[in-house]
Design a protein around this ligand. Structure first.
Ligand SMILES: C[S@@+](CC[C@H](N)C(=O)[O-])C[C@H]1O[C@@H](n2cnc3c(N)ncnc32)[C@H](O)[C@@H]1O
Length: 470
């Protein structure tokens, strides 16, 4: 029963706009997060169908004491899920109506001229659909390598089309085809709706199911093996495990998060991913002391703070709509504080700031405000010049940042900026914290072009060059 009541509370929380689905699932303290998340998301997916069936069967009229959200998850599991296993007295109550509910389902299928349940989910005519985002699979190089994963999928009957030359190729994938992403060297791309949550490689932590945009911060931060890195707002840890893979588990990641439940999930996830170089702390990042000798070698920081999540593709009908301006202001205040705090770490060289928000207030505005406070100490790095969507031109140099969205980059909506400490010789002769045209961080581009050189190699070269200029 605990499962169904937890699912009903999450649905009620979504209705009240208490938070996003993931947040509410974690907050519920229900132990099996995955099971609860799956039940709620599937119930939401079938929500209009369930409403129609429950109305047709007059379930809530007949059972006045049955709470509506509880009724919905129970009916979902009865008709479309795994069948009611638990549920106590409520289960008995719903089972009394099984025949009516099944009859309503059959009637609906006849009416819509479909033969299987999934077909009931097809949108009604005239409804605009959000562009579909491919299924991205990050190969976890702590446990395996790209070639082995490619071979595995080939043995499973998938057909490998090699490395995509252009982004558009990703949107024409179908059936059991897959590609290597044109930007990220360890990212495989499958058609949307491909589900690997039960896949052996996923369960063993050999692959991580992570949207392409969410892989950008660690890839663009690119700390060399052996570095000390802070992941300031880390849970549930997909980016942390990506950084650990880039470090090859050599060095140290100090990962902070305020939420103990998310941190507990993260800890399990990191074990599964084989990430052993991480120290987790349930601590407010704003209270972490930059002058603590423990952090004196921290040269890289990944800052992916809480945000409105407005860029997340809404796969589910009841997920949050546009954030209120009050909420945006509060989020931006925190994001500015966190970024300012991060720049106080004395040895910091490079920082990646990211959000899964499409709001200018949480992105360009935060970066610009903080850069201005820091004068010439830090400047923006011009990221992936061939990336099609840039930061909004709200300040000179904003185009150094990356934006992402389903229509242009076939990902969730996202924003990334990378800030780099100016070399002393540069800061003396530069009056701005913005990059010059020649200061293009093209390392990731080079690796994309098959020269096998990551952003870090490019950075070294660029520093050498700017020292020569002096
Ligand atoms: C966008 S999520 C991070 C996602 C994570 N980077 C990943 O890739 O899996 C933001 C996280 O910041 C945490 N958070 C919010 N305020 C914080 C603070 N003051 N200090 C540390 N963590 C905080 C939240 O609990 C949440 O887990």
């Amino acid at each position: 029963m605990a499962l169904y009541s937890a699912a009903a509370s999450v649905l009620a929380g979504l209705q009240r706009r208490d938070g996003a689905l993931k947040t509410l699932v974690y907050k519920s303290r229900f132990q099996n997060v995955k099971q609860l998340y799956a039940l709620v998301s599937e119930t939401l997916r079938y929500s209009p169908v369930l409403d129609s069936i429950m109305d047709g069967a007059a379930l809530l009229k007949a059972e006045k004491k049955l709470p509506p959200y509880l009724a919905k998850v129970l009916v979902y599991d009865l008709l479309f899920g795994k069948g009611l296993k638990c549920g106590g007295r409520w289960k008995v109550l719903v089972l009394k109506h099984r025949a009516r509910l099944q009859a309503e389902l059959a009637r609906l299928k006849v009416h819509r001229k479909v033969s299987c349940n999934e077909d009931l989910l097809a949108p009604a005519e005239g409804v605009i659909q959000v562009p579909q985002v491919p299924r991205y699979v990050r190969v976890n190089t702590l446990k395996t390598c790209k070639d082995d994963v490619v071979d595995y999928f080939k043995r499973q009957g998938y057909s490998y089309l090699g490395r995509a030359a252009r982004m558009e190729e990703l949107s024409s994938l179908s059936g059991k085809q897959f590609l290597l992403d044109p930007h990220l060297p360890e990212l495989l791309v499958f058609p949307p709706q491909t589900d690997f949550h039960e896949n052996r490689l996923y369960v063993a932590g050999h692959i991580i199911l992570q949207d392409k945009a969410s892989c950008l911060p660690a890839f663009l931060l690119s700390p060399p093996s052996g570095s000390h890195v802070i992941d300031a707002c880390a849970a549930p840890g997909n980016k942390t495990s990506h950084v650990a893979a880039i470090l090859k588990n050599k060095g140290q990641i100090f990962a902070f998060d305020l939420d103990p439940n998310r941190l507990a999930t993260m800890s399990t996830m990191l074990v599964r991913a084989g990430a052993s170089c991480c120290e987790l702390a349930n601590q407010d990042f704003l209270t972490v002391d930059p002058s603590d000798p423990k952090y004196s070698h921290v040269t890289y920081i990944l800052l992916d703070p809480s945000c409105s999540g407005s860029g997340m593709v809404k796969r589910l009908p009841a997920e949050e709509d546009a954030p209120s301006s009050e909420r945006l202001r509060a989020l931006a205040r925190f994001q500015r504080k966190a970024l300012t705090h991060a720049l106080r770490f004395p040895a910091l060289q490079r920082l990646a700031y990211s959000t899964c928000s499409v709001q200018q207030e949480e992105n360009e505005d935060v970066v610009w405000d903080v850069l201005q406070e820091h004068g010439t100490a830090f400047r923006l790095v011009n990221l992936l010049p061939s990336w099609p969507q840039r930061g909004l031109a709200t300040f000179p140099g904003a185009e150094c940042c990356l934006r992402a969205c389903p229509a242009t980059t076939l990902t969730n909506g996202f924003f990334v900026a990378v800030l780099e400490r100016q070399q002393e010789c540069n800061s003396q002769d530069s009056s701005s914290s913005l990059p010059a045209e020649a200061d293009v961080d093209s390392g990731a581009e080079r690796s994309q072009n098959g020269e096998g050189r990551g952003p870090h190699a490019a950075r070294k070269k660029r520093r050498k060059k700017s020292q020569c200029v002096k």
